[in-house]
Design a protein around this ligand. Sequence first.
Ligand code: URA
Length: 245
Amino acid sequence: MTPDIPAANDLTIISDQVKRCLGYMKTLGVQGFDCSAESLERMELWGKPRLKQTVKEDLEGIKADLGSCSRCRLSSTRKNLVFGSGNPKAVLMFVGEAPGYEEDLKGQPFVGESGQLLTKMIEGMGLTRDDVYIANIIKCRPSDNRNPSPEEIVRCFPFLERQIMAVGPQVICTLGAVATQALLGTHEGISRLRGQFQEYRGMKVLPTFHPAYLLRYPDKKREAWEDLKKIMAVLGLKRPQTLKG
Ligand code: URA
């Protein structure tokens, strides 16, 4: 049986439950647990450490913390770790699945064939790659191009979360099922989720098809373009064109 991918907000939900339970025990006068107002207040930070931080982390600090990561077995087969690229203050962030062959070689996200299509999608919105921030759910290439395992996602995801909080985009566009499900903590299929705004830590998330999928099924580009137009509307971008390529 495949283990479930833990939801990104699991810790927040658990901490809310524990807090509620401790608060109730406090009202009952239970002794032997730290149910003080101060401790309950501190628990508010569980699962949302970056939201409550007064000093925002920057991407360089996160990259330094990641270092030459060996938190999972992908470190033994990768050529380069692919951290992310683009505008550190972007209003729009794209999140893909995992680096592929070209990305692993160059240490940059989306520089292969699907990256070329992503670049066209971004340009179709009237933007450049330097305007947006691009990252992946995991930072190292699975050598056999398989989907990232739940364990790899669990190890790597906290760094993406920190990147998202550091950039603070208005909209996150998740590319494909793996990125969408990992970010939102859902098993819902991409065909159902695409084009519908979701929420992640107060930010809008718009799932769409992965460029690699669009290369295989060009007929789906029309739907992807409809999704991107929704993002443009939210960001106040005016440049409706047809998506070529
Ligand atoms: N596919 C992805 O999901 N990410 C990349 O960086 C490249 C291809």
